[in-house]
Design a protein around this ligand. Structure first.
Ligand code: PBG
Length: 331
């Protein structure tokens, strides 16, 4: 008689209770952050066609969005502004009356400490050319000139009441520049979330609709090459050295290896952004009857967590937080 199998790993999979106690990874609502789009000049929420279930919100609705997110127990919201007017230097980003800065102020007042108010710190929504920075005379993105604007934008966001600034522009030196600007203006307490390993990704496609991006061409001279993982670790280490309080990998699902490597090397929290294309793929595939929507969402999130994310930015944050509060298993 054979002595195999010598190990019976199925033993802990036999019942829901065994599977539950054997689960290595969990999520709680405070580990979820909801991205929120605020559009200037609208009075009703406008659905985003490429992202079923996601809308652009009018400024007047932001307090309600915050209440809903706080009631769900989310860790925070990440605000993106969609201005009515754009120009070459992204003036709306630094203007205290710009849509994003106004939204931060409304959100901070509504949040009243129940969740963190975070803001995207990047120029692409505010420039008429759609790039994340200022353009030099030859049309290239001018790294060092952009840093000055980022520092000013950071101070405007901090002054409006943001708790965490999400630096997503991928300019070299941006964390140091924004940190210095904040400290000099009396905002030493405001935290920096560095989108450190941010890849030049096709999975941002639906987001560009959401913010009505005018970009022609691509962002490959500043966002990372999808072929590179070691470089993603280096980006995170540089950002930590410059003072990042949190580092991020983005997108999430195609870059789980990068997330795992960054998480191994980082002594600050590591977050991941499940981006618009990841969202749209699951929504459209499940609408077509090809996959089970809730299981696919849960599996995608637990996978991102397993790879090393402490916190996940996801457009499903509110819905998933309600599942978690009701005791539902993710996968
Ligand atoms: C830049 C920014 C982008 C996203 C978040 N911040 C777009 C880009 O880099 O082109 C994408 C988020 C998503 O796709 O959900 N401000």
């Amino acid at each position: 008689m054979t002595s195999f199998p010598t190990r019976r790993l199925r033993r802990l999979r036999g019942t829901p209770a065994l599977r539950r106690i054997a689960a290595e990874h969990h999520l709680v609502p405070s580990q979820l952050v909801l991205p929120v789009f605020v559009k200037e000049g609208i009075t009703e929420a406008q659905p985003i066609a490429s992202m079923p279930g996601v809308s652009q919100h009018p400024l007047d609705a932001i307090a309600d969005v915050v209440d809903e997110a706080a009631a769900a127990g989310l860790g925070g919201i990440m605000l993106f502004g969609v201005p009515a007017v754009r120009d070459a230097v992204g003036s709306g980003a630094t203007d205290p009356d710009g849509i994003l800065n106004r939204a931060i102020a409304v959100a901070a007042r509504a949040a009243a400490g129940r969740l963190t108010v975070q803001a995207d710190l990047c120029l692409d929504e505010f420039t008429d050319h759609g790039h994340c920075g200022l353009l030099a005379a030859d049309g290239s993105v001018d790294n060092d000139a952009t840093l000055e604007v980022y520092a000013e934008m950071g101070v405007a966001q901090a002054r409006a009441g943001a708790d965490v600034l999400g630096l997503s522009g991928m300019m070299d030196g941006q964390v140091a520049a924004v940190r210095a600007g904040l400290d000099a203006a009396g905002f030493a307490h405001v935290a920096i979330l560095a989108y450190s390993a941010k890849y030049a990704s096709a999975f941002y496609g639906p987001f560009r609709d959401a913010v009505e991006s005018t970009l022609q061409g691509d962002r490959r001279t500043y966002q990372m090459d999808p072929a590179n993982a070691r470089e993603g670790v280096e980006e995170a280490l540089v950002d930590i050295a410059e003072g990042a309080d949190v580092v991020m990998v983005k997108p999430a699902m195609p870059y789980l290896d990068v997330l795992a490597r960054v998480s191994d090397r980082s002594n600050v929290p590591v977050w991941a952004y499940q981006v618009s294309g990841e969202y749209a793929m699951i929504e459209h595939a499940s609408a077509a009857g090809l996959i089970d929507r809730e299981r696919a969402i849960g599996e995608s999130l637990v996978g991102i967590r397993r790879a090393g994310a402490d916190v996940i930015l996801t457009y499903w944050a509110v819905e998933v937080a309600h599942w978690l509060r009701a005791g539902k298993e993710l996968a």
